[in-house]
Design a protein around this ligand. Sequence first.
Ligand code: HEM
Length: 239
Amino acid sequence: MKQRSEKIVERIIQEHKDQKKKKNNESATHEDFVDVLLKFQDRMTLEIFAAGSETSSSAVDWAMAEMIRNRRVMKKAQEEVRQVFNKKGKVDEAGISDLKYLKSVVKETLRLHPSAPLLLPRESINAWAIGRDPKYWTEPESFMPERFVDSNIDFKGNNFEYIPFGAGRRICPGISYGVLNIELPLAFLLYHFDWKLPYGLKHEDLDMTELFGVSVRRKDHLSVIPIAYDDLKINSQEG
Ligand code: HEM
């Protein structure tokens, strides 16, 4: 029964799409309810895709850059990830909740580098500046995930000094998905690889210049050399 009704809906959608193609060449266009729904669906899909992709990928980029610059943090986060997933030999979603320190790394990343710094469309609020305000944060310019380890501050907009996802009625509806979309790739990157900078660059000299816009991206692409964990394990067994 379900299959039959799905087929009927699919046929209606296809008919409307075909008609739309035909109508594009004619001046007078008449839209019915299905046409409007199709338009709405396309826009929604696009908007949700846009809202959820660059925000998370820019956070992953900044988290990696901060950890590469702060070797102590990288070591601690990597040890945690490997300790949690070593038995399984691979990273999976189920183990992410055990990554207490990595979760703090993500929080600290979004404090210093909120993906939507001006909380668009609320241009009057600057989450970037609030996250670095010395009234609320000790050593605000330092990357110290420890500040979140035993703290109650979360992403839900209850603490106005920390609002990377906004607050109140229009708070980001994609928080859980967005955060997982940062934590999971980071866990993969830290589990499977060690990271070093090319051309003998010093970690502490890594350029962190920001490029401001709707989002705050790195001005320069992050170029890093991955060293596979499997190779490291083999080398340490041989040596
Ligand atoms: C790191 C990831 C993300 C960050 C930092 C982020 C941040 C934000 C911020 C600051 C807002 C504006 C809140 C306000 O106006 O007060 C927002 C709104 C929104 N976000 Fe996100 N977001 C992220 C991921 C996502 C994902 C994954 C989705 C969807 C799957 C999503 C969907 C939306 C939508 C639909 C709105 C508009 C809500 C409204 O106006 O009622 N976001 N987001």
